[in-house]
Ligand binder design. Structure first.
Ligand code: PGA
Length: 250
């Protein structure tokens, strides 16, 4: 893993109630230790818990992020939706955009581009998720899928400083399967190349997501190009989450 800031994004998906906020306690303790100074932990709970999480972590080095947003930057008649202004008002600093589960719910590349723009306007840090499906991988389409997702998602955007790319092969999310290290390295380098071709930006942070757990983290951390991880299931279990962080730093 890189020696820069190492991201551990806890994507809680549609899980958690107010009592579960207590699960942050051991993580807060860990984040105070000097050894983990470079670690950046971001909790992304459901919208309903953003404010409560923020209150809990306010005086720590941990941040809070949302998992999605409405594409409209301005307020408007969008029943059931939340825009980036509302997200920002909870204290959240980060936002996940383009997760495969949100794409599955209907988000296309154009919607994602609008959401990224809306998040940039609110100065939120974006975790922009991309990744190929199993059938695309089997047909050797990974490169073209990643290129299309990146080009369309970042269309018209000039500054990438607030953008982190989360490479999450769809076939790896929640399945227990992870790519082989050489495959992951190759795809991360592909992403870097695509980003570089867009605006010669070579400092983009790239994190990996998909079935990260205490058993596979040692192997995944060997990849020097990775700047961190986005963790779903395992991040809701504080023991596992701590184990993941500890094993990737040691
Ligand atoms: P997982 O989810 O760790 O449960 O596979 C990762 C994600 O969806 O971001």
């Amino acid at each position: 893993m890189t020696n820069n800031n190492i991201y551990f994004i806890a994507n809680w998906k549609m899980y958690g109630n107010t009592k579960d906020i207590e699960k942050t306690k051991p993580i807060i303790r860990l984040s105070k230790s000097k050894k983990y100074k470079k670690v950046k932990i971001v909790y992304c709970p459901p919208y309903t818990l953003l404010k409560d999480f923020f209150i809990k972590i306010k005086k720590t080095r941990i941040s809070v992020g949302a998992q999605n947003c409405h594409q409209n930057f301005n307020f408007g008649p969008f029943t059931g939706s939340i825009n980036t202004k509302l997200i920002k008002s909870t204290g959240a600093k980060y936002i996940i955009i383009g997760h495969s589960e949100s794409r599955n719910d209907g988000d296309n590349d154009q919607d994602i581009n609008k959401k990224i723009n809306a998040a940039l306007k609110e100065n939120l840090k974006i975790i922009f998720c991309i990744g190929e499906k199993l059938k695309e991988k089997k047909k050797n389409k990974t490169f073209s899928v990643l290129k299309k997702q990146i080009k369309n998602g970042l269309k018209g955007i000039k500054k990438f400083d607030n953008i982190i790319i989360a490479y999450e092969p769809v076939w790896s999310i929640g399945t227990g399967l992870i790519p082989k290290n050489f495959e992951l390295k190759k795809n991360i380098n592909i992403i870097k190349k695509i980003i570089g071709s867009l605006n010669k930006y070579n400092k983009i942070k790239i994190i990996y997501g998909g079935s990260v757990n205490p058993e596979n983290i040692k192997e995944l951390s060997k990849i020097s190009e990775i700047d961190g991880f986005i963790i779903g299931g395992a991040s809701t279990n504080p023991k596992k989450f701590i184990d993941i962080i500890k094993k990737s730093i040691n």
